[in-house]
Design a protein around this ligand. Sequence first.
Ligand SMILES: C[S@@+](CC[C@H](N)C(=O)[O-])C[C@H]1O[C@@H](n2cnc3c(N)ncnc32)[C@H](O)[C@@H]1O
Length: 272
Amino acid sequence: MDLSDFDVFRDFLHETCGIFLGENKQYLVATRIRRILAEHDLASLTELVSALKRNRHTKLRQMVIDAMTTNETFWFRDTYPFDYLKQTLLPELVSQGRGPLRIWSAACSSGQESFSISMSVEEYRRSAMKGLHREVEIVGTDLSSVVLEAAGKGEYDHMAVMRGLSRERLAMFFEQKNDDTWRVKADIRRRVSFKSLNLMDPYIGMGKFDIIFCRNVLIYFNADLKRDILQRMHAALNPGGLLFLGSSEGLAGASELFKMINCSPGIVYKAL
Ligand SMILES: C[S@@+](CC[C@H](N)C(=O)[O-])C[C@H]1O[C@@H](n2cnc3c(N)ncnc32)[C@H](O)[C@@H]1O
């Protein structure tokens, strides 16, 4: 691959979705983009970027984003955020305040995180003596249209349901449609909605949240963008709202905005 071609593409991806590719990612780009170049009769990455810049809202742009985002996810990832939600946060928060309790699952990929939150809420609701005093609203957002479409369907194949779900949860919260398809049941789906959002864009229109899950996405961004996103998430939280990050992620320059709370074996960040 021509090095200047790679640089042009790298800059484009960084400007468009914040994803920063290291020098050693040429092979990754080549393998992920090869098919798109062939299908659109484009000779190089520079030609691809020129085509993308000519028309900002093309299907081509979405294809490149879908190809270059890493959508790895699974159910109840890291366990502790969902346990802490169910055992500590929900009992506190559902008895306070009015209106729905709002949870944002930012960069939700194909929906496993958002539905794991809804299953945790349902488990809490069933165990609570008086049920839920407040409705819970979960908003899942992502930049990739392919994963959002999958999330919206709420259908998963055998491989996907094997990753992180206990037998009990699979039986309780899913219906089997055929040999290789399980669908999340309606009572879990009804409190979750999905929409497209690039985390680099303004969050106006999202409203305020009590809890934000923003996990395993900041790792792809540089320090300035991480800080900017964390500052804007802080602004999107209600006073004292809570933020879960991925287990290998930290507050990166925005530590003055949050207080760390130990929820062993992890941490949750409370807005100051
Ligand atoms: C590794 S997945 C994490 C999924 C889930 N949060 C989890 O922890 O399992 C990262 C997701 O971030 C999304 N993403 C990457 N850049 C983004 C951006 N600028 N805005 C919104 N989502 C983005 C990708 O499409 C991908 O689905």
